[in-house]
Design a protein around this ligand. Structure first.
Ligand code: NAD
Length: 475
């Protein structure tokens, strides 16, 4: 047993990432000290602060970890969960560093966490805690447009980001770039269109790209394309919900959906929007009329399918269930859903795993677009939309004159339309995810790397070394 394993033989979450990093380092001839520097967390801020809830004073435990300062600002979401601890936040911050490097987003990695269960706390108290947490970050210079920029993660969303921005602005009034202190804000408060669904859409683009590669599909005995592929998704929050919606629209068959309270299954496919209305109306996915209930939600991961997408929490596929997983592709929408032991078992079984440090990078990619929008103080498309529409109209007129034919009003509308903010964001995201996938895949092939995770880490380490060299820190 290694020194990084606990009594039961399990690795800490941070050690899991170090293990993946070390596997990748074997493919690189980089000085040990430099590798150690890349792996280490640059700053860990652990805090306790009091919040009056009703008549009681509660002491809240919270964290912000800046894993790497090789590029600034640092960037990463804030998680609200009773499972939050230092090891988890450090690991998630490290994943952010590698993720940003892979998708060419110029940030260092960071992550935040507050140890609360938002489902059992009133909105008023969640707001109090969020605002106090923000003021603690401001006090220690752990937040700011050029320092560290939080975003949503598990248990948080637009609402929390909006409170963070408002608190920052009230304590830093006059900062013309204050909007860029946090991303994932509502559009009405400086957010960018397309951020909410960005991670789920990125997951969709990444998996679609793999499914379009004939050689890879042949290797696991599947046809190319998404149509008809059987998919299971665990976790129907921000990431899982949007991913499910995009796969359903693309013609994939969502055979099972799993939540905390249980899972539902229909071999012929679930109508995703109907399931979500049912969830909204009843508060649970269980007892959906067109599906069977699975009481033990973890069992849903073990059903026969083509693609399994864990989109809830870490370590859900471990050494005790990995052998029973029947999926041919696993898309890691959540951070760290597969333990290193399970990774080895699945690799032996020939499962293709698309790793988290690439696959769920859609969120940070669009957060980058939001940050740029906030710093430039102008909405995407404001300068180009009308210009493009005028140019398209002129071009169409020339073509119609040459061809002596008129297009229909409906066709004209499509041809003339200039790009809106959402078009820029979606195309930027799609391009990023497609490029990222092929960079990892090409590196895997050219360097004969055993799997996509290790190749993704190699790509990330190379990019980070590159920026250290550009900074002249390590000549
Ligand atoms: P969320 O809070 O919106 O949703 C999580 C969902 O998982 C909830 O519906 C919850 O009920 C469900 N869940 C919890 N425990 C479960 C269990 N045991 N079985 C089944 N479902 C369970 O969180 P999110 O933002 O969608 O994040 C999900 C994962 O994606 C996390 O690992 C997060 O770090 C990662 N991620 C999120 C983003 C983002 O932009 N939100 C970006 C990158 C990565």
């Amino acid at each position: 047993m290694s020194k990084n394993q606990n009594k039961t033989g399990a690795y800490s979450f941070f050690n899991c990432i170090e293990k993946n990093f070390d596997k990748a380092a074997r493919f690189l001839s980089i000085e040990k000290g430099l590798l150690e520097q890349i792996k280490a967390c640059n700053a860990v801020y652990r805090m306790h602060f009091p919040v009056k809830m009703g008549k009681e004073i509660k002491v809240i435990e919270a964290y912000r970890v800046q894993h790497s300062h090789h590029k600034l600002p640092c960037k990463g979401g804030i998680r609200y969960s009773m499972k939050v601890n230092q090891d988890e936040v450090m690991t998630l911050a490290a994943l952010m560093t590698y993720k940003c490097a892979i998708v060419d987003v110029p940030f260092g990695g960071a992550k935040g966490g507050i140890k609360i269960d938002p489902q059992t706390i009133s909105t008023e108290n969640i707001e109090k805690i969020t605002r106090r947490y923000t003021s603690e970050l401001i006090k220690k210079n752990f937040i700011g447009p050029g320092i560290d920029v939080p975003a949503p993660d598990y248990g948080t969303g637009e609402r929390e980001m909006s409170w963070i921005f408002d608190t920052f602005l009230s304590l830093r009034s006059g900062d013309v770039d204050a909007l860029a202190c946090v991303t994932g804000k509502p559009v009405s408060q400086g957010g960018v269109r397309g951020r909410k669904e960005a991670t789920g859409l990125g997951v969709f683009y990444g998996i679609r790209e793999l499914c379009n590669v004939k050689e890879d599909m042949n290797s696991i005995g599947l046809d190319i394309g998404l149509i008809g592929k059987k998919i299971i998704i665990q976790g129907l929050g921000n990431v899982g919900y949007h991913a499910a919606t995009f796969f359903h629209k693309a013609g994939a068959i969502i055979i099972a959906l799993a939540e905390r309270e249980g899972a539902i299954y229909n071999e012929k496919g679930l109508n995703v929007s109907k399931v979500f209305s049912h969830l909204k109306n009843t508060g649970s996915i269980l007892n959906f009329p067109e599906a069977k209930n699975i009481e033990n939600t973890e069992k849903a991961l073990e059903l026969e399918c083509d693609i399994l997408i864990p989109a809830a929490l870490e370590n859900v596929i471990h050494k005790n269930n990995a052998n029973r997983i029947k999926a041919k592709i696993i898309g890691e929408a959540a951070n760290g859903p597969i333990t290193p032991e399970a990774d080895e078992i699945l690799e032996k079984k020939g499962v293709i795993i698309i790793p988290d440090i690439y696959l769920n990078a859609g969120g940070v990619t669009v957060s980058y677009f939001e940050w740029l929008k906030n710093l430039s103080h102008v909405r995407y498309g404001r300068m180009e939309k009308k210009f493009s529409e005028n140019m398209n109209a002129e071009l169409l007129q020339v073509i119609e004159t040459i061809c002596k034919k008129r297009v229909s009003t409906k066709e004209k509308k499509i041809i003339l339309r200039g790009p809106r903010e959402i078009d820029f964001v979606r195309s930027g995201l799609e391009d990023t995810m497609i490029n990222g996938f092929h960079k990892i895949r090409d590196l895997k092939k050219s360097s004969k790397i055993e799997n996509m995770r290790t190749a993704a880490f190699v790509l990330a380490i190379n990019k980070i070394i590159d920026s250290y060299e550009k900074l002249g820190i390590f000549p």
